[in-house]
Write a protein that binds this ligand. Structure first.
Ligand code: FAD
Length: 597
């Protein structure tokens, strides 16, 4: 085995360029094209990839150093000829989801129901969330007689009532405040905003009721009956509904009346709930995402337990309103699922919101005292003493509701974790009962639920529909947004998929510079053999709006030429997708010349 010096290649004549990130350490195994360091010029940031594979013996640079073409980055012991260095598979969320689904679940014996039904439908949808109402409306559009059973007083489920929409209503306001603060650097100064928390909460409520009211109207227009109550299976063709009264979402009181509903087909869309941690006491200062969205007050200092999207989105809102944040995450980084290079940009721009970012760390005890909530941590970044907080936001994930609907009485198998397994037609093990949305597995996202709902409805109508989406995008609507889809560098490495990637730094985008958001970047990931796009990521404002183009490109089987030769409007942030494709093609005239391969 020989030692090889990995050097900075031709970087377009730039000299003494800042090193802003070093991705390797001694002992790491690197593969060809793995990023070694990131450089920042006045025009762009660029990753320097490894030109040879091997084990890192010595890293010769550190963050803050300056380097030019030919500068030595590291010395590696080369892997054997033609053999790619060993890559340690990392735990990929997608693989985890599959593992959850693969739990073998014995089918239970269905109960025999001999009672009579009060009403009968072609399709009954259990749960009125985005999956449920979309399935119900699609089935009604097929001419079927449909009912939705929903325990709360509005349709829209978690997404519209206590999830996607209210969080975005608050995030929008936070983003405007942040933007206005940034304007001071351009010579436009506003006084600090005055917060009327009741009005802000009122705005969020108005957004919700506009949408949920719209859904009620659309249900009526389609003649879809909405039965308000708790539905439980009593047999393979019947659900008993304990009717409820509820003043608001997540509050339902049973009236004592019951209704038995018969169905030819059923679509289970009963969603998920916040996962509670057993060692956390009940205290009004300890909240979950629904509690955070209630926006009762702005605490001085808040701990977020769980560094995933939901916690970080809510943290963004509270931080902009004045809360100091800590976050604790068991995994080795925040926003798991997204590639680290995307998250790194977000983290750099958001560090000012946090006093402590504790990754590889667990919360082990929570003690509610009169003067605050005291939290004890264990792990790599755990403080020695418990820390005191004014509030704690528990955002440690969501649990499926599969065990709460007496599915076994219909003969439907439910995994130990509460998921319901389905095939590509969204059928459970009972052929006339389908399941969709959060209850069937990860990713727990509204857009996945909606598409699955459409597939189930079409099958109820006798069509042959399949859920065969190639990709499902994920977005953190933080500031800046982080969006990704398909194969990531992390999953490619874990699964041994050979890829090529192309980054376009927003430091070279006229629009990003004009908008003051030039730290973002757009990344495209291609299959190394076919050249087709298989993934992508964006970090920057509106990344979530733009990722749809990459989704479409993947679904259409596009290659870099298709994307690069598509004329994108100038100057836009969306243009960076076309420009990243130009990078993949080897010539991007908005960047310095690329290293010849
Ligand atoms: P749900 O929305 O959970 O709906 C299920 C419905 O079934 C509920 O209304 C429930 O009351 C009802 N139900 C359950 N059991 C019964 C029963 N026995 N009888 C009667 N009714 C019953 N996703 C995104 O894609 N984008 C986002 O930006 C986003 N932001 C989020 C922010 C937060 C704070 C949270 C908590 C979630 C967010 N999500 C987001 C996730 C998204 O809300 C869910 O993936 C989506 O709501 C799942 O839809 P669903 O139809 O499967 O179930």
């Amino acid at each position: 085995m020989s030692l090889i010096e990995l050097k900075v290649p031709d970087i377009g004549g730039h000299e003494n360029v800042d090193i802003i990130a070093v991705e390797i350490k001694a002992g790491d195994t690197v593969a060809v094209e793995d990023t070694l360091i990131t450089l920042e010029t006045d025009k762009a940031t660029m990753d320097v990839p490894a030109e040879a594979a091997g084990v890192v013996k010595e890293v010769k640079v550190k963050v803050g150093d300056k380097i030019s073409e030919g500068g030595i980055i590291a010395v590696i012991e080369a892997a054997a000829d033609g053999v790619k260095a060993e890559e340690q598979p990392a735990a990929a969320p997608a693989a985890e989801a599959e593992a959850a689904k693969a739990e073998s679940t014995p089918a239970p014996q269905a109960a025999s129901f001999s009672g009579s039904a009060d009403v009968e439908y072609d399709v009954v949808v259990l749960g009125g969330g985005p999956g449920g109402y979309s399935a119900a409306f699609a089935a009604a559009d097929e001419g079927l007689k449909v009912a939705i059973i929903e325990r709360y007083n509005t349709l829209g489920g978690v997404c519209l009532n206590v999830g996607c929409i209210p969080s975005k209503a608050l995030l929008h306001n936070a983003a405007v405040i942040d933007e206005v603060r940034h304007l001071a650097a351009n010579g436009i100064k506003y006084p600090e905003p005055e917060l009327d928390i009741d009005m802000l909460r009122g705005y969020k409520e108005k957004v919700i009721s506009k949408l949920t009211g719209g859904l009620a109207g659309m249900a009526k227009a389609r003649k879809v009956d909405v039965i308000q109550g708790n539905g439980l299976f009593v047999g393979p063709n019947h659900i008993e509904v304990a009717l409820t009264d509820s003043a608001q979402y997540e509050q339902a009181v049973e009236t004592g009346e019951k209704k038995t509903v018969a169905f030819k087909n059923c679509i289970i869309a009963a969603g998920s709930r916040v996962m509670n941690l057993p060692f956390i006491p009940e205290d009004p200062r300890i909240i979950d995402s629904s509690g955070a969205l209630e926006l009762k007050e702005v605490p001085g200092k808040m701990l977020i337990i769980g560094g995933g999207i939901i916690g970080l989105e809510m943290g963004t809102v509270y931080s902009t309103l004045g809360t100091r944040l800590d976050v604790v995450e068991m995994m080795d980084g925040l926003m798991q699922g997204a590639d680290r290079d995307l998250v790194k940009v977000w983290q750099k721009l958001n560090e000012y919101r946090f006093d402590n970012i504790m990754v590889n760390t667990k919360t082990v005890a929570v003690d509610a005292k009169e003067d605050g909530i005291y939290v004890t941590f264990e792990g790599e970044n755990a403080p020695k003493e418990p820390l005191r907080y004014d509030a704690v936001l528990v955002a440690a994930g969501r649990a499926p509701n599969g065990k709460l609907i007496d599915a076994e009485k219909a003969g439907v198998a439910v995994t130990d974790r509460g998921f319901i397994e389905v095939d590509k037609q969204m059928r459970t093990n009972v052929p006339h009962i389908y399941a969709i949305g959060d209850i069937v597995g990860q990713p727990m996202l509204a857009h996945k639920a909606v598409h699955e709902g459409h597939v189930a409805a079409e099958n109820c109508a006798g069509h042959k529909a399949y859920f065969d989406a190639r990709v499902i995008p994920g977005v953190a609507y933080t500031a800046p947004e982080v969006a990704w889809v398909g194969v990531t560098e992390t999953t490619a490495k874990a699964e041994g998929v050979k890829i090529t990637k192309a980054n376009f730094p927003w430091a070279a985008s006229g629009r990003a510079i004009a908008n003051g958001c030039d730290q973002g970047f757009t990344k495209l990931i291609f299959d190394a053999e076919s050249g087709r796009i298989i993934g992508g990521g964006i970090v920057g404002p509106n990344g979530g709006d733009m990722i749809g183009e990459i989704c479409l490109a993947i679904e259409m089987g596009c290659d870099a030429t298709d994307i690069g030769k598509t004329i994108h409007p100038h100057p836009t942030l969306g243009e960076t997708i076309g420009l990243a494709a130009e990078v993949a093609l080897g010539t991007c005239t908005d960047l310095p010349p690329q290293r010849k391969k």
